[in-house]
Design a protein around this ligand. Structure first.
Ligand code: HPA
Length: 289
């Protein structure tokens, strides 16, 4: 008989759920993943490149939410790449699907719980900055959380974690490793600030002008809530956007999800090479830690 899920106090319930999920995953997979990867829209192929790959469908993980967006598989994949054992979330859930925020960040909390001290987050995003074109990779240097939400709202068990610092949310050493990876491969790696919005409607041209004024270089509907949850847990975070389109009002054509995905898919080969080398360098940089 599984232990009874505590009702009521939400943090206790959450801790219980993550623990149950952790036990289920560790009961199924061999290996000791220390690096986690979150694969965004159209970028899931990276997980297929893992050697000694083990797949745990989200359905088999207690309390794990299942994504409902086209183009998002729902698997936790564990395997080896770039000299490290990694755990990949192949597909994520978004706040715009109507999930509670504890569900939206459940996957990254699980990555931390199974031992990932580093998590690389990826997404598809619209380019706002003039230096960004579809097909570019943009290393995220900082973010604007414009979702109007925060996964840490609620009771906090540890008073020292009530107000986590976000001044270096995107780890400088991981950013340096990303630049090294791009250089080694001859890939142009752009940089910029990611604005995370709730969605699911794409932005209006006026909203994109506003975001540009606020300092955003790219815009998307994921990542920021996950990064907040990860930093709260003390996990090192790196993140990259696949720029799939120019943001609303910056190109002649209306935005379409299938075109966003198609561009992401076209970027997969470069993206996989980049991510592999990034993990290699990130692992070397943290060796002995
Ligand atoms: N806006 C919001 N989310 C996105 C976009 C965009 O232009 N492209 C890919 N995800």
């Amino acid at each position: 008989m599984p232990p009874e899920r505590p009702a009521g106090e939400s943090r206790v319930t959450l801790r219980f759920e993550v623990e149950e999920a952790r036990a289920a995953v560790l009961g199924q997979v061999r290996g000791d993943p220390r690096v986690g990867v979150v694969l965004g829209s159209g970028l899931g192929a990276f997980a297929e490149r893992l050697s000694r790959r083990q797949i745990v469908p989200y359905e088999e993980i207690p309390y794990f939410p299942v994504p409902r967006v086209l183009g998002h598989a729902g698997n936790l994949c564990v395997g080896d790449v770039g000299g490290a054992t990694v755990a990949c979330l192949q597909g994520r859930v978004h706040a715009y699907e109507g999930h509670a925020l504890d569900r939206v960040v459940f996957g990254v909390r699980l990555l931390a719980a199974i031992g990932c001290h580093t998590v690389l987050v990826t997404n598809a995003a619209g380019g706002i900055g003039d230096h960004l074109a579809p097909g570019d990779l943009m290393l995220i240097t900082d973010h604007l959380n414009l979702t109007g939400r925060n996964p840490l709202v609620g009771p906090e068990e540890n008073p020292e974690r009530r107000f986590p610092d976000m001044s270096e949310a995107y780890d400088p050493a991981l950013r340096a490793a990303a630049k090294g990876a791009a250089q080694d491969l001859g890939i142009a790696l752009k940089e910029g600030v990611y604005a995370g919005v709730l969605g699911p409607s794409y932005e209006t041209p006026a909203e994109i002008r506003m975001l540009r004024t606020l300092g955003a270089d790219a815009v998307g509907m994921s990542t920021v809530l996950e990064v907040i949850a990860l930093r709260h847990l003390g996990v090192r975070v790196g993140a990259v956007s696949a720029i799939t389109n120019r943001a609303a009002g910056l190109s002649a054509t209306p935005l379409r999800h299938d075109e966003v995905q198609e561009t992401a898919r076209k970027m997969q080969k470069t993206f996989v090479r980049f991510l592999t080398r990034w993990i290699e360098l990130a692992t070397e940089a943290s060796a002995g830690v």
